[in-house]
Design a protein around this ligand. Structure first.
Ligand SMILES: [Zn+2]
Length: 403
């Protein structure tokens, strides 16, 4: 009896028997309470009018399906002044009206459906011993969405890219940040569609977004009443990129493995250094060291060339690209390629962002072109492709690489 009570599908439900059918599936027979409370007059009644049965799908046992066969009573209200003749046992904790599965199964249907979609959800649910059709999963999701619509309109939302297929096709996801719920997913990521969506939701007060201009522009157009904030994720991402960029600059500044460990000659404006703020000082120092190291690399490259080495050989020894070496050899003096001097017409202006994309496996030229265009790139596609080609070449396996 004690084990039977543990099987109970909910409060007030008594388990009568548990049996397995030929397929190994379980049938739990249960019945409701022995009296009911009229929903109108709140008086208790034990006068039974009749029975009805509900079959509910429940959580599986050892991968086998479980069906709860629940017998519910219909009671007669015995209070004379009450207008209601009969009423049945309510089971709000166990299942929704007309539902064919218990609430705990319905929750899983909702979670899996949300995470995977109709067909994959159907396959997973079958494997887990809770067969549900894909149509049911989608119906369930739509019902959940309707419930969300009943709530007061959203005030604070987050907008970001949503990949339909990574590095291939992107849409837009919009999340209600107060309720932590997805509000909508848009087909594409464009100013027009996001602005249109925002216009349909005039209740929005705060838009949290990334730092690429697209969503900022969309919010300006579609929700001028809302204040825009950069979300924490993207702020941290930007910070990380900035740090990496600085680190890689100082990495280059130390001259990689190529340059000898000489003292870098002091600049003539070294005295001014002591009067600068610490941050400025570090940045200026980096810049100076960087310029210095470029000069040394430049001299090394020219010296190696004078020794009769080919561009490829010099590239291999210095770790720079073959094309850069060829370019450097045409220069009379070391090129000053400070980041600040770069213009948005050059893909190198977006080098940090592109490097990150490259690392993340986002390597399609067209796609990256689209991405940096949104960040303000004004150069051509072929210009970007030239840069990407050197990166691709650098990753090609080299059998005769120097140690
Ligand atoms: Zn009543």
């Amino acid at each position: 009896m004690r084990t039977k009570s543990k099987w109970s599908p909910g409060p007030g439900i008594k388990v009568q028997s548990i049996a397995t059918n030929g397929d190994g599936d379980w049938v739990v027979s249960a019945c409701g309470p022995s009296s009911g409370i009229c929903p109108d007059c709140r008086k208790q009644s034990a006068r039974r009018h009749g029975w009805s049965y509900r079959s509910l799908q429940d959580l599986p046992i050892q991968g086998n399906e479980v069906t709860v066969r629940l017998r519910l009573s219909r009671w007669r209200c015995s209070y004379r002044q009450c207008g209601r003749q009969t009423f049945s046992d309510p089971i709000p904790d166990i299942a929704s009206p007309y539902a064919r599965r218990t609430k705990r199964v319905a929750n899983i249907v909702g979670l899996l459906g949300h995470g995977t979609g109709g067909r994959p959800g159907e396959r997973l649910m079958n494997q887990l011993g809770m067969p549900v059709s894909d149509d049911t999963i989608l119906r369930h999701l739509k019902r959940m969405a309707l419930q969300i619509d009943d709530e007061p309109p959203a005030r604070i939302i987050g907008i970001d890219d949503w990949s339909w297929r990574k590095s291939w096709r992107y849409g837009t996801i919009i999340v209600d940040l107060e309720r932590r719920k997805v509000m909508d997913i848009l087909e594409d990521r464009s100013v027009a569609s996001v602005a249109q969506w925002l216009k349909r939701h005039p209740s929005i007060e705060v838009v949290s977004r990334d730092r690429c201009g697209l969503y900022a522009q969309a919010a300006r157009e579609g929700a001028p009443q809302a204040s825009q904030v950069a979300d924490r994720f993207h702020l941290f991402q930007n910070l990380r990129l900035a740090i990496e960029e600085q680190m890689s600059l100082s990495g280059r500044a130390t001259g990689r493995a190529l340059l000898p460990d000489e003292d870098i000659e002091t600049d003539h404006d070294d005295r001014a250094l002591h009067e600068e703020a610490p941050g400025m000082r570090l940045r200026n120092q980096l810049r100076r060291t960087h310029r210095q190291s470029r000069k040394e690399v430049f001299e090394t490259v020219h010296a190696l060339s004078k020794e009769g080495l080919t561009c490829s050989e010099i590239a291999r020894r210095t770790g720079y690209g073959r094309r850069s070496i060829a370019k450097w050899l045409t220069f009379e003096t070391p090129p000053d390629r400070r980041r600040g001097a770069l213009q948005p017409t050059s893909p190198l202006y977006f080098e940090a962002f592109l490097t990150q994309c490259w690392k993340d496996g986002n390597r399609r030229g067209r796609h990256l072109f689209h991405d940096i265009k949104h960040r303000g790139y004004t150069g051509s596609f072929s210009n970007l492709e030239r840069l990407l080609a050197t990166w691709r070449r650098a990753e090609r396996p080299e059998s005769d690489k120097d140690k």
